[in-house]
Design a protein. Sequence first.
Length: 275
Amino acid sequence: MTQYQIIEDGETVLRDGTIKLHGPEGYEGMRKAGRLAADILDALTELVKPGVTTGELDDVVRQMTLDGGAVPATLGYRGYAHSCCISLNNVVCHGIPGDKAIKEGDILNIDVTPLLDGWHGDTSRMYVAGEAPLKARRLIDVTYECLMIGIEQAKPGARLGDIGAVIQEHAESHRFGVVREFCGHGLGRLFHDAPEVVHAAKAGTGPELKPGMFFTIEPMINLGKPGVKLLNDGWTAVTRDRSLSAQFEHSIGITEDGCEIFTKSAKGLDKPPYS
């Protein structure tokens, strides 16, 4: 049976399997963290181009996070040594920044989580280096559509399964694969918390959505089959069939009559093209 916990302002939050229900302090904290996260991704739109290395982009993310009064939540998380995840082409998620230079036509997901005043602003966005093939652009468009139709289901009285059901239906109607091995998650003062937000599900199943719930929706959609495998570095997940993969992510909070997107771009740069 699903357990919910009402979080009072300033209360210590534990990872205990309960779904946290936050008050005004939580919403304000998440707005600020989410705004910084979106601003960082906005700034990267002009920097992602052929010849730039993923390590250089990671340096920008780290500096912007620190300049914003926050710290990168991924830096040191379970031994991870970078300030964001950058996933190129057939990398599904958790790609590690490094010396690899981006090439013309590459598509990439950049995932950032600034920790600002104790609150996590978790979001990711797709980018294109130069001109991407038509099939890659179509994958990006459908993946963004999956995110937004999933968010449309996020309202009081709905079930978590309603989100995954519409995402799965939309992706598979385009003959794309929905990754099952990774999912969205609760967050707030904790980076990863209950509930798990799966992106392929049956409508009417899962915990009921209630005002005060904070979680991410972050569908990973493959151009081919949904299967993934983990590389030897213990982080990088890639498509088994080497097909392209795309992902978008927002952090949201359930309100009295719907939901609030904490990580929406103030400049309208939520999806490519950015110019």
